[in-house]
Design a protein around this ligand. Sequence first.
Ligand code: NAP
Length: 516
Amino acid sequence: MQSNNSFQSFSTLKGEFLPTIYPFSSEEKISEALLKANEAVIPYGKTSFVQRADFLETIAQNILALGEDLLMQAHLETALPIARLTGERDRTINQLKLFASLLREGSWVDAVIDTALPDRKPLPRADIRRMLQPIGPVLVFGASNFPFAYSTAGVDTASALAAGCPVIVKAHESHLGTNEMVASAIKQAIDQTKMPLGTFDTLIGEGPVLGQQLATNELIKAIGFTGSYKAGMALYTTATQKRKTPIPVYAEMSSINPIVLLPKTLEEKVEQIATTLSASILLGVGQFCTSPGLIFVIESEAANRLKELLAHHLKTANSAVMLNQTISKAYYTDQKKLIGYDGVTIIIQGQDESSLYKATPTLLSVNAAHFITEPLLQKEVFGPCSMIVVCKDQSELNNAIMHMHGQLTGSFFGNTEELEEYNHAIDLLQQRVGRIVFNNVPTGVEVCNAMVHGGPFPSTTDGRTTSVGPEAIKRFVRPVCYQDCPDDLLPVYLRNKNEAGINRNINGVITNVSIK
Ligand code: NAP
């Protein structure tokens, strides 16, 4: 709940307000956080990779040391089960460690050295060296649906800190107590590893006010965001059009993650597919950015059977408490809008339980012809709601995929021959997603080197990057080139002596040797 100048968290789990009141950050506090972040830009940016790795590992240890208290706080504030929160906390710790090991290995910095060619004819070549440098203070928005992994010490913060950027987190109203605890773990790590004071801070206030104020501030150099399309686009517009200097916005906003079920495989495995799909739709009460909101089938007996089986599984699932009151209300409002469009039929629709902050699963169906002509059928309904799109044949399936907006993921269920036969549909979907999954559901994002968690608009505002995995660091750096720079003025990673022993590209050869 929000009063004029404070928030009080409402626990949808208990159906009551939690006792602590969180005042909005004062103007003095906001200015101080920005100025301190700015002051930290050079000293923090110049810390060695090993120092930053130590810092990230210390944050991880401190978060772990918060133990059950942290899990309990997040449980009360988000209603997410303890087991899920434990997994998410561990993932957050692993993300911090992943960036620490990336820093220790060092080649991420993309050090390229083209040594001088004084005797080159007709003109000599200068000594030219390049590496990635931190972009400056990063504004991170905590996400309602991931109180750990995409919030205060989540992947945006971890990758920005790894890159050498100070971070200011705009805390999410839904889990302010969790934010406070994790922020204290980060601040303690700043102390323990002697990082500049302004390396990290967190601020509290309303998105359209504080969020916009920070996004407009010229000291902020990039934004990381996970949430709604509306807020993500408001930030994008501000960052690119309302500032003196535009800045990059990495907003993950809305994705309905299409699943394409090819006919033979559906016929052979309809029961297994229905079980797997319904579990994925229900996972986390559908409050995942990778939740499958669209299922493409080709008209058949098996497709009809799939509808029956999915309806059965979803109907027999218990309704479950959602993250917050706004999200549970939006779940029913948004699905009612979908149902209002031409050609949409209800397969199952549970009772509106938003007064209990609960979501009941919903399954809808529409013919591809309607899907193709009504782009609003692709609006994300955040929660356990999915729509089956029935296509007449392969050609209509291709046409429907061609009308899909950008997504984080797309899945195909099919055997080897079918996947060959539907190769064009795969090519079409590949143009519209960040990750293609074969014979599995998209929920469950592995944190690993090759992962891409991103995708074309509107799933994100910048489909060239990922917010999961080591590549996420590249969002918060830019290449800087040094021409004929004296050796001792160069960043240590570009000097002749390769003290850190990292791999560098020297005159086109990848090597970890020093330059004589
Ligand atoms: P949200 O409304 O987008 O809020 C996310 C953050 O942005 C909050 O800190 C919010 O602050 C801030 N904000 C809101 N409007 C803003 C603006 N105009 N300018 C700057 N900042 C702004 O998301 P949410 O609260 O997490 O959930 C609401 C809906 O977002 C859900 O129902 C769902 O549809 C969608 N969602 C999608 C995903 C996904 O992964 N695709 C994840 C989470 C949520 P305040 O809270 O103070 O307004």
